[in-house]
Design a protein around this ligand. Structure first.
Ligand code: AR6
Length: 171
């Protein structure tokens, strides 16, 4: 049974087995959560990402997929990098956003992670509307078979926290 919890705050301050990064395909860093994770986690994470680019993911990590590295100096064992879809006014594919949550949990299971912190993937630089992203996040986690005991959504501000809280209550 997976328990879903909500926290308002900075994902890099969480003590969990795995922290999920809202990365981009290059795996080589960026702004938002990605920038914060690399800053606080230190260079070991980027070194591991470069190794992935030099091996399995020569063309980058495709949207909707996930891959794990060390968590460096973060208070976690792993960072699970996933690439959310960019929201397009002309039509975006919600199944790709759902896939980020599902694939991250699959990787967490492979690793044996029991506590996993997620940011609101795609809702920053990638502009996915928060209400829709929260609904997809909560529904996908609820519908995914996993041995993860706690999924913690870490929302950066009060508004995002409120939207996720409403989604969780089914409002
Ligand atoms: N802790 C928790 N949530 C955060 C933090 C933090 N430290 N910082 C930002 N957020 P984003 P995306 C929230 O832009 O939309 C990067 O450049 C933020 O308010 O980090 O998936 C990557 O390299 C928002 O609600 O990720 C990619 O190029 C949410 O986290 C691109 O951005 C996600 O915002 C990915 O864009």
């Amino acid at each position: 049974m997976t328990t879903i919890t909500l926290v308002q705050g900075d994902i890099t301050e969480q003590s969990v087995d795995a922290i999920v990064n809202a990365a981009n395909s290059s795996l080589l860093g960026g702004g938002g959560v990605d920038g914060a994770i690399h800053r606080r986690g230190g260079p070991a994470i980027l070194a591991a990402c470069r190794d992935l680019r030099a091996s399995r993911y020569g063309k980058g990590l495709p949207t909707g997929q996930a891959v794990a590295t060390t968590a460096g100096r973060l208070d976690a064992r792993w960072v699970i990098h996933t690439v959310g879809p960019v929201w397009q006014p002309s039509g975006s594919d919600p199944s790709l956003l759902a896939s980020c949550y599902r694939e991250s949990l699959r990787i967490a299971d492979e690793l044996g992670a029991r506590t996993v912190a997620f940011p609101a993937i795609s809702t920053g630089v990638y502009r996915w509307p928060m209400e829709d992203a929260a609904r997809i996040a909560v529904e996908t986690v609820r519908d995914t078979e996993t041995a993860v005991e706690e999924v913690r959504f870490v929302l950066f501000d009060e508004r995002a926290y409120g939207v996720f809280a409403a989604s969780l209550k089914g409002v």
